[in-house]
Design a protein around this ligand. Structure first.
Ligand code: HEC
Ligand code: HEC
Ligand code: HEC
Ligand code: HEC
Ligand code: HEC
Length: 303
């Protein structure tokens, strides 16, 4: 019934008038993210699971920013407006929402929602903006990671790994209005960190040294701007005489020991001529995680 009425309206009034009629003025007044969820429910639910949603309320951030008193810390954790390559300014309202919908999509200059598509969106003006598919969109805040990525010259964007296409569906999911729109690729708004796969790390033993190379992730492993994620390398060496030795390395961005893309990291194996087997375990821990997770177990048999 509603659809029929809408169609009738559409035919009699035309597109422009319809846009005016269906414009929901409050959407241009920086509403809470929950309001966007009225029509973008799936994206809203996903974003609530993301670290971006936790950026302000995270215990670690609260502590390290000394209860929000260190002013220089605040803007990336509650940004007003995200523009390519620019460090954002601090938002005034609803800082507890962290990096929210309005910050990433609404532009004061055009009073429209910018996004990757050319859409017809009567409730709010929209503007197609191809920057949304580029790493530069993330660069104003993930400054160090972006620099690392840029140096690798790999063309895969941050979004292709951290905002993968998760579905091909309606990107506005309010009934019955979605019938007026076509299905589109929906990008992952949980912004998963992902996890290195065993094939992302190449391990070889040569000349008494173990070399570990990040061949799969086009930024440091781990990478961080302010957080303190870690990579743990445990090397067990089994000797002919039955003895065993363990070497432990903890790599981090803050200690500047992270694995750079394609640059080998060496671990010298003591008394290697008498070693018969080396077993390597690599774990990681993201900034906000309490426990480490295994990335790989590998074994080198020497003789
Ligand atoms: C230029 C933008 C920017 C500024 C300014 C900034 N941060 Fe962050 N912060 C980030 C980004 C991006 C991350 C995501 C993880 C990473 O890359 O380190 C982050 C992550 C963190 C984390 C880890 C998150 C967690 O939940 O464990 C902490 C803690 C943190 N920042 C504290 C601070 C403190 C303290 C300051 C001020 C000294 C600060 N940040 C200033 C961008 C910024
Ligand atoms: C950190 C910035 C960021 C935040 C926060 C964010 N988005 Fe997005 N959003 C993007 C980017 C980037 C794309 C385009 C991804 C691409 O095309 O590769 C996008 C795409 C979209 C699209 C088009 C459909 C799609 O999945 O490509 C919609 C609609 C959208 N976002 C709505 C929202 C809503 C609603 C929220 C809050 C619940 C939100 N976004 C939060 C950055 C963000
Ligand atoms: C009353 C419904 C409604 C609400 C509420 C709503 N939107 Fe939308 N939005 C739409 C429609 C309709 C489209 C177009 C969908 C299509 O064509 O597939 C759209 C598209 C978008 C796009 C894609 C733009 C592009 O060019 O790629 C973004 C981004 C977006 N909305 C952000 C938001 C944000 C942020 C909020 C909250 C401030 C919000 N929307 C609230 C209905 C709504
Ligand atoms: C306004 C600043 C800002 C922008 C823009 C931004 N981020 Fe973030 N991002 C952060 C902060 C701050 C955190 C850390 C939040 C926390 O953990 O408390 C974060 C965390 C993340 C994480 C989670 C890392 C982890 O340890 O789990 C990923 C992945 C991520 N961002 C990807 C992106 C991508 C991809 C883009 C571009 C589309 C982007 N971000 C744009 C500020 C930003
Ligand atoms: C080819 C895929 C790929 C690309 C491109 C990529 N990343 Fe990552 N990124 C990963 C993987 C996989 C991890 C998880 C590493 C691990 O196991 O801890 C990761 C981890 C992260 C983390 C979490 C901190 C850490 O090291 O554990 C942040 C933040 C991040 N990436 C941001 C970015 C940003 C910003 C860009 C673009 C400049 C980008 N990434 C480009 C695959 C990618």
């Amino acid at each position: 019934m509603k659809i029929f009425l809408l169609l009738l309206l559409f035919l009699t009034l035309g597109c422009e008038k319809l846009n005016e009629l269906f414009l929901e003025e409050d959407l241009l007044q920086r509403p809470p993210s929950k309001r966007c969820g009225d029509c973008h429910a799936r994206i809203y639910e996903d974003w609530k699971k993301s670290r971006h949603f936790h950026a302000w309320v995270s215990e670690e951030f609260k502590e390290e920013s000394e209860n929000y008193s260190k002013l220089k810390c605040l803007s990336c954790h509650a940004p007003h407006q995200v523009d390519p390559l620019k460090e954002p300014l601090l938002r005034v309202e609803r800082r507890h929402e962290g990096v929210n919908c309005i910050a990433c999509h609404f532009k004061e200059e055009t009073k429209a929602m910018h996004g990757p598509y050319k859409v017809w969106s009567p409730p709010h003006p929209s503007k197609e903006d191809k920057n949304y598919t580029k790493s530069e969109m993330c660069a104003g805040c993930h400054q160090k990671t972006y620099k690392e990525w840029k140096l690798t010259r790999v063309k895969t964007s941050c979004q292709q790994c951290h905002m993968k296409v998760v579905d091909y569906t309606w990107i506005m999911d309010k009934f019955p209005f979605y019938f007026f729109h076509s299905r589109k690729a929906l990008h992952d708004h949980t912004f998963p960190a992902g996890k290195a796969k065993p094939k992302d790390l190449k391990i070889i033993f040569r000349d008494g040294k173990l070399s570990i190379v990040n061949v799969g992730i086009p930024h440091n492993l781990p990478t961080a701007d302010q957080g303190n994620p870690k990579l743990y390398i445990f090397v067990e060496i089994f000797y002919d005489d039955g003895k065993k030795r363990v070497i432990r390395k903890v790599l981090s961005a803050q200690a500047k020991t992270a694995l750079r893309y394609l640059e080998p990291y060496f671990i010298k194996i003591p008394n290697h001529k008498k070693a018969k087997k080396i077993v390597i375990h690599i774990y990681r821990k993201l900034s906000w995680q309490k426990e480490k997770e295994i990335i790989l177990v590998d074994e080198v048999v020497l003789h």
